[in-house]
Design a protein around this ligand. Structure first.
Ligand code: UGA
Length: 435
């Protein structure tokens, strides 16, 4: 089938490439000319395992093309996926859906009769209904559906190829049939398909992210309780997660969640609930957010204590800048936030990250960056482990020892092997673990 994908950010570029890979003819559209030029040459705008190879293959096959023209998009196909960003409104908590509105409004007057617009962006519940009313006025023979995306950064290609579920919020059987046909290769391999009303589909997305964020903040709240009692949150999480009703995933304690989704999605959900008159019910999400940001402050406070109460003239090594491992994304990165706060408090901060240094430098030019772990740790009074890249678990504490000024490490991700660091003469401190 022919389709366009409007917006070539994380979701859009991966969706476009995966759709082309399963045999559809896809036109990716974005207003960013530089991005479109790079994509046309087969270069992914983001670091994502498997994406460059997939892009190169699908662009070469001719099934994936890119353009900056909305008019070309409406001429090319009757099916349009909208994958534009929905950031937080400047200075507020709600989602800014300007780009979604603009994408739909831009296409509406030019749509071929019988077109279907399918939103994939994360939006406040009620958005599809609002846009459907607008669309009816301008393009009465076209319709809109919502099909939320659940991919994780770092696993975007794999998650899109083999999703755990496909959810579509539709207003007609025809829209459902179109989406079933699009996703046929996934459905044949047994992926559950939920066809529901648009409001439920929109809510499935925000409810999933809110639940996962709550699970993380729950275990981080437990870490604070552990700190107050001398208990060990890592063992606690392992034992609690053993209950199959709870499970181990997203129960990893530490510095908490960041990125472009969880923080803004829970704030937008709470704001939307307020508008709908159910703000009290969802008020716990403010607490989830507060527990999460408190982990960053607690990490800064613990680091300050470990260097004697003041950061002045201290050298701090930071391992990790990305908001999570296997990603070069630094949007709302807890690691960079902590690094920048410590720098503001007077320390000299050298940051290592295997993938995110360029993005980090653009965001916080005041920090020093390196691609070499020993260099980051040279003469350090304290090493901070802030993003759980697997390679940090491979560091030899014995070899790193002579490089630093003081063998102190703060494991803010609770993933390092404490015994091996301690036996090499290091003092390892961690959130929620006995000190
Ligand atoms: C998240 C969801 O997992 C996806 O399903 C969803 O599609 C996506 O948001 C989105 O809404 O677009 P993502 O932000 O890529 O995906 O990253 P996650 O792997 O979910 O991690 C989010 C944050 O939680 C990271 O900062 C990570 O370090 C943190 N985290 C995760 C923890 O602190 N503890 C855990 O146990 C798990």
């Amino acid at each position: 089938m022919r389709m366009t994908v409007i917006g070539t950010g994380y979701v859009g570029v991966v969706h476009a490439a995966c759709m082309a890979d399963i045999g559809h003819d896809v036109l990716g559209v974005d207003i960013d000319e530089e991005r479109i030029a790079a994509l046309t040459a087969g270069h992914a705008p983001i670091y994502e395992p498997g994406l460059n190879a997939l892009l190169a293959r699908t662009v070469k096959s001719g099934r994936l093309r890119f353009s900056t023209s909305t008019t070309e998009a409406t001429r090319f196909a009757r099916l349009h996926f909208v994958c534009v960003g929905t950031p937080q409104v400047p200075g507020g908590e709600a989602a800014d859906i300007r780009h979604v509105d603009a994408a739909v409004d831009g296409m509406a007057p030019h749509l071929q009769p019988g077109s279907l617009i399918v939103g994939k962006s994360t939006v406040p519940v009620g958005t599809t209904a609002r846009l459907a009313a607008r669309l009816r006025a301008v393009a009465p023979h076209s319709e809109i559906a919502w099909n939320p995306e659940f991919l994780r950064e770092g696993f975007a290609v794999a998650d899109t190829r083999r999703p755990e579920r496909i959810v579509v919020g539709v207003e007609s059987r025809r829209a459902e049939a179109t989406l079933r046909a699009i996703y046929k290769p996934m459905l044949i391999s047994g992926v559950p398909f939920f066809s529901t009303d648009p409001a439920t589909a929109e809510l499935v997305k925000v409810a999933s992210n809110a639940f996962l964020a709550t699970k993380i903040s729950f275990i981080n709240a437990m870490a604070e309780v552990c700190d107050a009692t001398g208990a060990d949150v890592v063992t606690l999480a392992e034992a609690v997660g053993q209950d199959s009703r709870i499970g181990h995933r997203f129960l990893q304690p530490g510095l908490g969640f960041g990125g472009s989704c969880f923080p803004k999605d829970i704030r937008a959900f709470a704001a939307r609930a307020e508008e709908l008159g159910v703000g009290d019910t969802m008020a716990f999400l403010h607490q989830v957010d507060e527990i999460n940001t408190r982990q960053r402050r607690r990490t800064v406070d613990l680091a300050r204590n470990l260097v004697g109460g003041s950061f002045t003239d201290r050298h701090i090594a930071v391992l990790g800048a990305a908001f999570k491992p296997e990603s070069d994304d630094v949007r709302d990165s807890p690691a960079l936030d902590v690094a920048a706060a410590i720098r503001r408090l007077g320390a000299e901060v050298r940051v290592h990250d295997p993938e995110a240094v360029d993005n980090a430098r653009r965001k916080y030019p005041g920090l020093q960056y390196t691609l070499d772990v020993p260099k980051a740790c040279e003469d350090a009074d304290l090493v901070l482990h802030l993003t759980a890249w697997p390679e940090y678990r491979e560091i030899s504490p014995a070899e790193l020892g002579p490089v630093v000024r003081s063998r102190k490490i703060l494991d803010a991700r609770d993933t390092l092997d404490a015994a091996s660091w301690q036996s090499a003469g290091w003092t390892l401190s961690a959130l929620g673990r006995p000190r």
